[in-house]
Design a binder for this molecule. Structure first.
Ligand SMILES: [Cu+2]
Length: 76
C-alpha cells in the first residue's frame, strides 16, 4: 500500500448530483481509498493506493465525464 493524495480542480460541477456522480466515477477505479468532493471549491481530494492506480488514471476517469479537469496537484 503506497498511499498518495491528489487534489483535482474540476469545472462544471454545479450541484449535489454532479459531485455524487464524480465521486462515484472515481470510486469505481481499483485502488481508491477515499474521495472527498467540495462543490464550493470545485475540487476532488482523492486518496489512493499508487501501487494499484495512478494519478493520471484518476484524472483520465474524470476527463471521460462531461466535467472538465482544470488542474491537478499532488499533496504527497
Ligand atoms: Cu449537478
Amino acid at each position: 500500500m503506497n498511499q498518495q493524495t491528489i487534489v483535482i480542480r474540476i469545472g462544471g460541477m454545479t450541484c449535489g448530483h454532479c459531485s455524487n456522480y464524480v465521486s462515484q466515477i472515481i470510486g469505481e477505479l481499483e485502488g481508491i481509498v477515499q474521495t472527498d468532493i467540495s462543490l464550493e471549491q470545485g475540487t476532488a481530494t482523492v486518496r489512493y493506493d499508487a501501487d494499484q492506480v495512478s494519478s493520471s488514471d484518476i484524472v483520465a476517469a474524470v476527463s471521460d465525464t462531461h466535467y472538465t479537469v482544470l488542474d491537478m496537484q499532488n499533496l504527497s
